[in-house]
Design a protein around this ligand. Structure first.
Ligand SMILES: [Zn+2]
Length: 121
């Protein structure tokens, strides 16, 4: 039994700060975040999205509405009520996309070119 998933990659720029962090992240600074969203499920049998899990355009509409439009070029500490670690941000993205009825199975958020957090269902 094989499983199919699709993944789309997004980028956004944002500033944040980790108060009480024993290091450079205690200062306000920015990241060029890269976000990978993976959706799994059965392929649709008919209609315009036949043979697809979902249309990439539809996926992007949801990701933009739930995440990118709210966080791009923002100070994340003002945009959310939790500590803005990459782990917490990835979990928040996963939760928002699930609540938007997306059959998301993985979110990977890159904070730098070398560091990311992954949330998997
Ligand atoms: Zn940072």
């Amino acid at each position: 039994m094989t499983q199919v998933s699709i993944t789309k990659i997004y980028t956004f720029e944002a500033a944040h700060q980790l108060p009480n962090h024993a290091g450079k992240c205690a200062n306000v600074h920015g990241h060029s975040y890269k976000l990978e969203v993976t959706v799994s499920g059965a392929l649709q049998k008919d209609g315009s999205s036949s043979g697809m899990i979902m249309d990439f355009v539809e996926l992007s509409t949801i990701v933009e509405r739930e995440v990118l439009n709210q966080w791009d070029h923002q100070f994340l500490n003002d945009a959310v009520s939790f500590r803005t670690t990459v782990e917490n941000l990835a979990q928040e993205i996963f939760t928002r996309l699930e609540k938007a009825n997306l059959s998301v199975t993985q979110v990977r958020l890159w904070e730098t070119a070398k560091a990311y957090a992954t949330v998997t269902k």
